[in-house]
Structures are given as structure tokens and as C-alpha cells.
Ligand binder design. Structure first.
Ligand code: FES
Length: 291
């Protein structure tokens, strides 16, 4: 794995909004199966997805207050420590100490649930780059790509991907002319001219800056000639050797109505992003999913 993705890092496994109270979900991180669940009171946990009793997947289980109960024989495990606290078939029996599931470090920040499957390099990930964004962060969607995490990560961090300002989406389709593109160790800067595809008329010149951050986070910022700003964020989820998730988030100043439109716009764009990444050998312009 590249420097952006390693076992010793924190990984954004789900968006917080996808995990409702009493919700249980499954996900793999670097090939490790994890059950992620939320207590009735809201606290989130990430466990090895296998019941210590007979191996049933715990992600099929159900939440009882601060415990997760296995679907098969109903053994209940305590949220913070993963230790069996109750066996329904033997209610008076003290569960054996060995009946304990592996608990992974887990916490929530910036609308994402973060997990570490090894020894994290820090108590909590350095997310200051996200918390420093001027506008609130909005989760758009997660796309799943049948490509290795390193490949997806390398493309995302070396290519300027940001779509055009969501508020001007209706003016498309666009033709794009890249004026300047510069790359260095910390990211990519590009100046892009947007033209109308129908009449060729230039609509705007936008400067893009892609910043590479730790913990699989890539931040794309854009600034138009009139000062319009956009910000698109990718949080990469390395599922296994051949599959990658990309959480797509954005930040900006939106009303409740324009926020809905922006979410739809970026969600459509994310679908094209997935297609582009999976079909990179078919189209020469495949890394430019704004077409
Ligand atoms: S397999 Fe989970 S309680 Fe038996």
C-alpha cells in the first residue's frame, strides 16, 4: 500500500448518517471483516465480524441497548469491551472470559465513522485539514470501485477532478481546456477553462488545487474568477486488494434547497467517477468524469 493507505492508519468506514441508532452494518477494511454498529444511545462500535461462539457474522445481529446480540443463539456482547454479558439459553450462567470479540478502535468525526484495524499512529486521526474548511462538510455518497486501493488513490491524488460549480450545472454540457497543470509532492494545481459544448463560448476560468492529506483524505479546492469557491473531498476506504470505496463529501455555502440540488449534482458526478476509474483503458479522457 502507498503512503496514503496503510494498515496503521484510520479509515473512514461509513458516513455517520448511514448508521442509525440500533443499526448494524458490515464492511471490509484491507480484507478484514468488520461489524459496525450503533448503540441505542448513539455510541458507535467496530468489531471483528465473527461471533466467538459458533462463528456467525455479528453484522446479522441486533442491538439491545448497549449490547449487540448474535442472530444465531442470541449471545449478547457488551459494546465497549466486546465481552459476552448474557447467554439466553443459560441466563444464570456467568459467560466464560474467552467469549469475547475483537474490538477495533473507532470514533466519529466530520460526519464519518473512523476505524483502525491495527495500531493507529495517533490516538485519533489528524483531521485538522477537514475541520479548517470554512464551510460545513456535507456527505454526498460512497462509490465502490472494482480497482485496487493504490490505483484509485494514485489517480485521485494526481488528477484534478473537481466538477464545475454545482450552482452552474444547468449551463452544461461543458468542454474543458486545461491551461496549466503543475504537480508536486503535496498535490496538483491546474487552471481550467470551461467552454459551452454547444457554442464553444468560454464560460469561466477556474483554478483547482488538489491537496493530499493523511488518513486517505484528498481535498480538492476550486476558485472561479468571481471568487466562487468549491470544495470536494474524497475519503478512501481500502476494502481489499481489488476493491475500493470512495466517500464523496463537499463543502460550501448552500440553502436547504440548493443543498439538495448540489447533492444530486455531485452524486451524478460520483457515478461518472466510478465509471471512469473502472474503464480507464477504454477512453482516453476517462480520468475526466466531468464530460
Ligand atoms: S453463533 Fe453467535 S451466539 Fe451462537
Amino acid at each position: 500500500m502507498s503512503g496514503l493507505l496503510s494498515k496503521n492508519q484510520w479509515v473512514a468506514i461509513y458516513s455517520s448518517q448511514e448508521l442509525e441508532p440500533k443499526g448494524v452494518k458490515a464492511m471490509s477494511v484491507l480484507g478484514t471483516d468488520i461489524a459496525v454498529w450503533r448503540e441505542e444511545e448513539g455510541r458507535v462500535h467496530a468489531w471483528h465480524n465473527q461471533c466467538p461462539h459458533r462463528g456467525m457474522r455479528l453484522s446479522y445481529g441486533f442491538v439491545r441497548g448497549s449490547r449487540l446480540a448474535c442472530l444465531y443463539h442470541g449471545w449478547q456482547y457488551e459494546g465497549t469491551i466486546g465481552k459476552c454479558a448474557y447467554i439466553p439459553a443459560h441466563p444464570d450462567l456467568k459467560p466464560p472470559k474467552t467469549a469475547c470479540t475483537k474490538v477495533y478502535p473507532c470514533f466519529e468525526s466530520q460526519g464519518l465513522v473512523w476505524v483502525s484495524i491495527a495500531n493507529p499512529t495517533a490516538d485519533e486521526p489528524e483531521l485538522s485539514a477537514l475541520s479548517e474548511l470554512e464551510q460545513p462538510l456535507q456527505f454526498c455518497r460512497t462509490v465502490f470501485i472494482n480497482e485496487p486501493p493504490d490505483v484509485v488513490s494514485d489517480i485521485l491524488k494526481t488528477t484534478v477532478f473537481l466538477p464545475f460549480d454545482a450552482s452552474r450545472a444547468s449551463e452544461g454540457p461543458y468542454l474543458i481546456v486545461t491551461d496549466k497543470i503543475e504537480s508536486n509532492g503535496t498535490g496538483v494545481t491546474a487552471q481550467v477553462n470551461w467552454h459551452s459544448k454547444s457554442n464553444g463560448k468560454k464560460i469561466a476560468t477556474v483554478t483547482y488545487q488538489t491537496l493530499i492529506r493523511e488518513q486517505g483524505v484528498i481535498i480538492n479546492k476550486s476558485r472561479g474568477e468571481q471568487g466562487e469557491q468549491g470544495c470536494l473531498i474524497f475519503a478512501i476506504l481500502p476494502i481489499n486488494e481489488n476493491k475500493t470505496g470512495v466517500h464523496v463529501l463537499f463543502s460550501g455555502d448552500f440553502t436547504s434547497q440548493s443543498l439538495l440540488g448540489a447533492k444530486q449534482y455531485y452524486a451524478q458526478w460520483a457515478t461518472r467517477l466510478r465509471w471512469s476509474l473502472e474503464n480507464k483503458n477504454i477512453r482516453t479522457d476517462s480520468y475526466r468524469p466531468w464530460f
